[in-house]
Design a protein around this ligand. Structure first.
Ligand code: SAH
Length: 458
């Protein structure tokens, strides 16, 4: 097969990134924006020894899963991958992806897999946006999202996953950008100032934050920017400047300066109020995060007597929403601002049985274990790469009755759960939760319990 060949192709599967897959003459072909069951004519755009990448030329017989996408930039933007199939089909694919990970990566044959918890709202659910700022081919300033796997910006002022109120911030920012003449950062030359517009909201409270990420510590006409934002962003609570001078793909730098309003915004989750600093992690889909935390709380089965260890705790959300059912809560997190938020969140919600430590989960867990800490329940909620082996090792040495593992990556989750099962834990329950409708991502909660309960003396 060679570039520009036109071939007939039936799509038979979907990758974890959401790309369709089919086979032609034994060769695997990946086709973006296709659906299982599609019969297509595909143009080959890239070839390699083991696979090819194709582009849809014509849809000859559409898959029964197909619906019309309602987003003008769906096929260009790297955000959504499932706007062309029904939500029901998307949920089935995500459920299957979790099952596949446990079978292929984890080597599990029987799975205690619960049905995926779908979302009521599949649009406008995100409370966070990070829009890169650049120039189009004519040199005009644009804001939008990166095209899949590239740093080419697809201009988009109203993403269907984001709250409509973010449009006001984008418009005000663009107005200021044109009149202030502030410079735009160029990745290749490392010159220019404006890098990203970072927006956040408390979905329940309606509080909003605008954070400008810049290659510098001040902006031209700051007061005009604040004025425009205050006029056009409902619920504006905070305007922050983040300085990022590094040659990096990481969006945020380390320095923050509040230009107007407060340093944080507040949201409400599971009946508690949480402060969120721009550097702190906060689940992007608040409504589904509540479902997720409810499942994690059920799995934890707290009775009021337990010591609960929340590793990778962020601003303390999971542990604090369960603290009233535990004797003691200990949280660990690596970002100092998030730990400050967690302590403040405990104080404001009148939770007195909690302590929070800033540090690496593995190192902190080891220190706590050496001091003799024996938690009854451990929550693990690591980033996508999963837990490091030392975290899993130390947690097993602490011998909690239950481990509740929350993960945004089924493959690293399955890998880590396999290891925990080798160390004496039994996988009791797997519940996928769709926190990210229309994108390829899926969240999962796993309950593990100590298999040989009677043999280890507390
Ligand atoms: N449980 C929280 C946060 C989960 S996101 C919630 O539901 O809101 C994962 C968190 O792990 C992030 O806050 C991140 O800052 C933190 N993290 C990343 N690496 C870490 C490490 N090595 N040790 C401790 N925390 C870490």
């Amino acid at each position: 097969m060679k570039k520009n060949d036109l071939i007939p192709l039936t799509i038979t599967g979907i990758t974890s990134e959401g790309s369709g897959v089919g086979r032609h003459d034994g060769m695997v072909i990946f086709v973006a924006n296709s659906a299982v069951g599609d019969e297509l004519t595909v143009r080959i755009i890239k070839t390699s020894k083991t696979y090819c990448i194709g582009k849809i030329e014509t849809i000859d017989t559409p898959s029964p899963q197909r619906i019309d996408s309602d987003c003008p930039v769906f096929t260009q933007c790297g955000g959504c991958v499932f706007r062309h199939i029904s939500y029901e089909s998307e949920l089935a694919l995500k459920q299957q992806r979790v099952a596949d990970a446990f079978q292929r990566v984890g080597g599990f044959s029987t799975l205690p897999l619960q049905p995926i918890v779908g979302a009521k709202k599949t649009d406008r659910y995100r409370n966070k946006a990070q829009l890169p700022i650049g120039r189009n081919r004519d040199g005009q300033p644009i804001l939008g999202f990166y095209a899949n796997r590239t740093h080419r910006i697809v201009s988009c002022n109203d993403c269907a996953l984001q709250p409509v109120e973010f449009q006001g911030a984008i418009q005000a920012f663009q107005q200021w950008l044109l009149s202030s003449g502030e410079t735009i950062y160029d990745e290749t030359t490392h010159q220019g100032k404006l890098r990203h517009l970072y927006l956040r909201e408390g979905s329940k409270t309606g509080e909003r934050m605008v954070c400008i990420v810049a290659n510098g510590t001040s902006l031209r006409k700051e007061s005009q920017l604040i004025q425009l934002l205050r006029e056009q962003v409902p619920g504006l609570q905070s305007v922050v400047l983040n300085t990022n001078r590094d040659k990096t793909n990481v969006i945020l730098g380390k320095e923050y300066r509040t230009l107007w309003g407060s340093d944080t915004i507040t949201d409400e989750l599971c009946g508690l109020r949480f402060q969120i600093a721009p550097a702190s992690f906060y689940q992007v889909n608040r409504d589904q995060a509540e479902r997720l935390y409810e499942i994690a709380a059920d799995d934890s089965a707290l009775t009021g007597e337990e010591i609960l260890l929340d590793l990778y705790c962020g601003t303390g959300t999971i542990g604090l929403t369960m603290a009233h059912k535990a004797k003691q809560l200990i949280g660990v997190e690596i970002i100092p601002e998030a730990i400050e938020n967690a302590k403040e969140n405990a104080r404001q919600n009148h939770i007195q049985n909690s302590e929070f430590f800033c540090g690496d989960a593995g190192k902190a867990a080891r220190t706590l274990q050496k001091r003799g800490l024996r938690p009854h329940v451990v929550i693990l909620d690591p980033p996508r790469k999963g837990c490091s082996p030392d975290v899993l090792e130390t947690v097993c040495q602490m011998a909690p009755d239950r481990i509740v593992y929350v993960s945004c990556d089924p493959a690293t989750l399955a890998r880590d759960v396999k290891l925990l099962c080798e160390k004496g834990y039994a996988l009791q329950k797997i519940t996928p939760v769709d926190l990210f409708p229309r994108t390829s991502h899926v969240e999962t909660v796993c309950l593990l319990s100590r298999a040989k309960m009677n043999t280890t003396v507390r």
